[in-house]
Design a protein around this ligand. Sequence first.
Ligand code: DGY
Length: 332
Amino acid sequence: MGYNVYVTRRIPEPALVRLRSECEKVEVNPEDRSPTRAELLENVRGRDGILCMLTDTIDEQVMRAATSARGFANCAVGYNNIAVHKATELGLVITNTPGVLTDATADLTWALLLATARRIIESDRFVRAGRFREWGPMLFLGADVTGRTLGIVGAGRIGSAVARRARGFDMQILYCDPTPNEAIEKELGACRVSLDELLAQSDFVSVHVPLTDSTRRMFGAEQFRRMKRTAIFVNTARGLAHDEASLAEALRSGTIAGAGLDVYENEPQIQAGLAELDNVVLAAHIGSATIWTRTRMALMAAENLLAIVKGERAPNCVNPEVYDSLGKKQAK
Ligand code: DGY
């Protein structure tokens, strides 16, 4: 007891109950928005640990402002919002929430893929506008999914779950990843190919890479040109993996047929002109947004935070090397 923690955004109640059961003070940002930079700098001061969101930039300044903190528990699987190397240098533990959001994110990927291929949003708008007068032989013709080729870029947990769902659609699976994924090769007959080959052969290209220096803007004009003109691009990972101006141009010019996006390069802003295009479906970064999943994520982040403040090894630490330096410091 006696721990004092800050939660940067309201999260599902069970996670707050869990934190309150072990901490003396659990302060939650009272606003229904991310804290401003000034609020963040002010509120991390004097806390034993912080539970933060992917929308909070946790850089050196914030880490140094968190004078008493032992670490930050991110309520997301991605942690590109945190300067992890700096945290390790400063002896701060960083955690994430892997696994619990895999299925929800894979489901949403498929929702976008199908909605784009079958023009569901366009059709919905048409019906709501009172323009649906009768069935038509040429009305909203879309792309076939069954039997087509799905290209998975990044075959980790979420990429593999997306590939598994393709079984029901009798699809051929190609994947591109620096590490071979024997499980999906054996289970699904997935074939590991180069990115260029994947782009040339896939009817659907789905992005599941973490955001790193090597994946930043990995989809630009050149990559869209290499795709089939009938292809559909789906990104539920991180918007910075694509160059959004080039994507909008590729959609406008017919270089590719469509896109389903859950993430944006300059989130929450979207590239000018994108919203006017009918061949793109736009979601609001809702990959993990189910009641069960967000509750699990928050509980996982809470458990991580409790371990951090107690000085125990946090279950989902992304910078485990920090414990070596912490151990050395304690041994001195
Ligand atoms: C994550 O966890 O990284 C997702 O983008 C949000 O759930």
